[in-house]
Design a protein around this ligand. Sequence first.
Ligand SMILES: [Zn+2]
Length: 185
Amino acid sequence: MHATHGSAAVTPPGWAVDLITRKYHDDLLSLGMQLPERTSLRIVMNDVQDIDAISAIYDYPDDALNHLKNAAKEFLSDFYVDNEYLDRIRIEIIDVSDTELIRISQIRKEHVNRLVKIKCYTMGMTPTTPRILVAAYECMRCGHYNYIVQEHDKLIEPFECENDVCGRRSAFKLDERKTTQQDWC
Ligand SMILES: [Zn+2]
């Protein structure tokens, strides 16, 4: 499997197109007219009802923001808004539910790359940080996953792809979801 993160050519999924073109139709049109002076489109999480949209935004926020931006760009490109301006659109997620509220001291490996809500003031702390035990590197040439045991602070990349028919020595991408992590105090 090959990942296609961040590519503008990817068609946004249905939930993103629905959310953008239905719920934020008017906001988007007014944003289109105010570009490039105004660039932010605010998605109010407490108003989002669609379960696919909710799970995509909470579980894969980086991808979800890209999808929403692409859906917004696609929608506005029908109104002849300059492509260079469309690239400046910023999706902001606001009003995240209190059910996602966690304390900094409760952040664990299962929260990595997820959307969480934090309310805090700091007086001093001893942080718990997730530490990588086995890093999963995807070979960008053949898609093979190379699992590298990590023993030091600095991440060690594969020397070469373990796939016999590949053996390439560069371009590996860390896949954090396939990587084994441990909470470290
Ligand atoms: Zn390879």
